[in-house]
Design a protein around this ligand. Structure first.
Ligand code: TPP
Length: 620
């Protein structure tokens, strides 16, 4: 690397000529592709944001000026330019650098990100705080067109345009969210008018103005302003100008010269500014340009061909969910699928191909998606809202207020529940049990394997009395056969998998499998356990659990989620509330901490979420 190895901070970048910056861009892309081919990560989004990262750091003075990368998944070039190029090979590895931006990782990261659409609000907060501190440093928020589909972004724009604080929003528009972007805004951003059309429009507008009987001062000014606004009519500027933003663009987001010139120009405008840049997702690496959806977030791959290195032959929970949806939808025309910008991630792509009218991609708008499902349910449909556990947090109020209050029969298919691994603390799905458990009318279940996932989905869809949340983990299933004929299971009923007398293990979801492994280890050491697949977190199978605890008072509960307000808490509360106090109970789960990024198996071992943790606890 001719230049990159000498760049330890943005100050080093500023010493280079513009031609040399082009070489830096090439070196960054090479480093990114080489690294992500081994570590996995958000390659295509970051490849598309190389020039904008260079231009920002060339023009602004970070860390005094604050740079905020929405989601943080486009920020690899930013990381490389801000002192992390030497350990970039540790990207997403345990103990290494995060796949998103973290204020605890670097002074150059303006805000901690991972969930989308936060950058404008955070940036505005920082800008207002700087004003109060009488600092005149700048704030730059870089946000993708996909992230612009999130409502929070508009709350930020609305506030920024009202209080007129200097903030520069850079809209990195590549026409893509993870999949092709959706929604009216997306088509608005790419709307193009021919010059003739615009000229005709202006002429007609002029004629219309002249035809007005009396044009007083006020009307004239208004008319003038309207005429001026016609100049931006062919561009999305109109939208942002309505928010009181000064709009610039759209410009080529890969032309470093243009980017630097325009940033130099808008740097000192003390009003909200929006710079619209057009970029190509995956830019500079053929396979990623060709297949940006696949390379949005990718595991390790072969650089030459772009093919993934390993693919587990056991189907993932996500795939099993998607296939079961197709199967069930065939006989039940009321089934509707809803995704928040993640048809691939939630396994619904094929469903959408077969039933295009029954899949709704609402964009990165989880809150809207849930309320939308509530509306559908009032009309007799059966909406299945498939959202990752971590992103469903965005819709907490909508689940309570728009679904649970009237007990509407909406199914929540909660993917990536539990530890997700390398994406880290912003993405682990560990809070859903806690926040859903307190909601009246909600049923919560978790399957022990992929076959039970099918049964639970069928059960959830058949349940008419109210909402059901079905949580299942990231990655491949256990490898069990999936029944051809899917059967229902009884709501609130657990199943005993092993019978023993010394210890009672009450497990849910993925931890059932770990409990069975623990059972086999313990039996060899002379400890016989009863293992229960509890299936339901709410309502728990009180009758069975109470009976068993009375017989076997040494109890371990096991779940992959927060202990506070979790499944184990539900068991304790239920026992105590029923006056059963003669038991000793230990809980396996996550104790009041944010779990860092790293390989799932490593994290499960570190945080005692596996069979050996159950064995250790049993022996103690
Ligand atoms: C609240 C929330 N929902 C879903 C996601 C998952 N997600 C990560 S990136 C992304 C697409 C973002 O698109 P865009 O901002 O245009 O960036 P691009 O990937 O195209 O560069 C999505 C849906 C998320 N990070 N946060």
């Amino acid at each position: 690397m001719a230049f990159l190895e000498y760049i330890d901070s943005p100050a080093d970048l500023k010493c280079l000529s513009r031609n040399e910056l082009e070489i830096v861009a090439k070196e960054i892309r090479k480093l990114m592709v080489e690294t992500v081919s081994k570590t996995g990560g958000h390659l295509a989004p970051s490849l598309g944001a190389v020039e904008i990262a260079i231009a920002i750091h060339y023009v602004f003075d970070s860390p005094m000026d604050k740079i905020i990368w929405d989601v943080g998944h486009q920020a690899y070039a930013h990381k490389i330019l801000t002192g992390r190029n030497r350990n970039f090979d540790t990207l997403r590895k345990h103990g290494g650098i995060s796949g998103f931006t973290r204020i605890s990782e670097s002074l150059y990261d303006g805000f901690t990100t991972g969930h989308s659409s936060t950058s404008i609000s955070a940036g505005l907060g920082i800008a207002c705080a700087k004003r109060l501190k009488k600092q005149d440093s700048k704030v730059v928020a870089v946000i993708g067109d996909g992230s612009m589909t999130g409502g929070l972004a508009y709350e930020g724009l609305n506030a920024a345009g009202d209080i007129h604080k200097g903030i520069i929003v850079i809209l990195n528009d590549n026409d893509m969210s993870i999949s092709r972007n959706v929604g009216a805004l997306s088509s608005f951003l790419s709307r193009k008018y021919s010059t003739t059309y615009l000229q005709n429009l202006r002429k007609e507008f002029g004629i219309f103005l002249k035809s007005l009987p009396k044009i007083g001062d006020y009307v004239y000014k208004l008319a003038k302003r309207s005429e001026e606004s016609l100049k931006t009519f062919g561009t999305p500027g109109m939208l942002f100008e309505a928010f009181n933003f000064e709009y610039f663009g759209p410009i080529d987001g890969h032309n470093l010269d243009h980017l630097i010139d325009i940033l130099e120009n808008i740097k000192n405008i003390n009003e909200p500014v929006l710079l619209h840049i057009k970029t190509k997702k995956g830019k500079g690496y053929g396979p990623a340009e060709k297949n940006p959806i696949h390379f949005h977030g990718i595991g390790s791959f072969d650089i030459k061909t772009g093919t993934s290195v390993s693919k587990n032959s056991i189907p993932s929970y996500t795939e099993v969910f998607g296939n079961t949806m197709i199967k069930l939808a065939k006989d039940n025309p009321k089934i509707i699928a809803i995704t928040a910008a993640m048809p691939e991630g939630t396994g619904l792509t094929k469903f959408g191909e077969i039933y295009p009218d029954r899949l709704f991609d609402v964009g990165i708008a989880e809150a809207h998606g849930v309320t939308f499902a509530g509306g559908m349910a009032t009309e007799g449909f059966k909406p299945v809202v498939a959202i990752y556990s971590t992103f469903l947090q965005r819709a907490y109020d909508q689940i309570v207020h728009d679904v649970c209050l009237e007990s509407l029969p909406v199914v929540f298919a909660i993917d990536r529940a539990g530890i997700v691994g390398e994406d880290g603390p912003t993405h682990h799905g560990v809070f859903d049990i806690t926040y859903l458990r307190s909601m009246p009318n909600m049923v919560i279940m978790a399957p022990k394997d992929e076959n039970e996932l099918c049964q639970m989905l069928f059960t959830a869809i058949s349940y008419e009395k109210g909402p059901v949340a079905l949580r299942y983990p990231r990655g491949s299933g256990i490898g069990v056969e999936v029944d051809e004929n899917i059967t229902e299971i009884s709501i609130g009923k657990a199943e005993i998998l092993k019978e023993g007398t010394d210890l009672l293990i009450l497990a849910v979801g993925r931890m059932v499998y770990e409990a069975l492994i623990a059972y086999s280890i313990l039996i060899k050491e002379g400890i016989s356990s009863t293992v229960v697949n509890c299936r339901f977190i709410k309502p728990i199978d009180k009758d069975l659990i109470h009976d068993l605890v009375k017989k076997i008072p040494n109890v371990i509960t096991a779940e992959e989620g927060m202990l506070e307000g979790g499944f184990g808490s539900a068991v304790i509360e239920s026992l105590i509330d029923s006056g059963i106090t003669n038991f000793s109970l230990k809980r396996i789960g996550i104790k009041e901490t944010f779990i860092e990024h790293g390989a799932p198996s490593l994290l499960r071992s570190k945080y005692n979420l596996d069979a050996s943790a159950i064995v250790k606890l049993a022996k103690s």
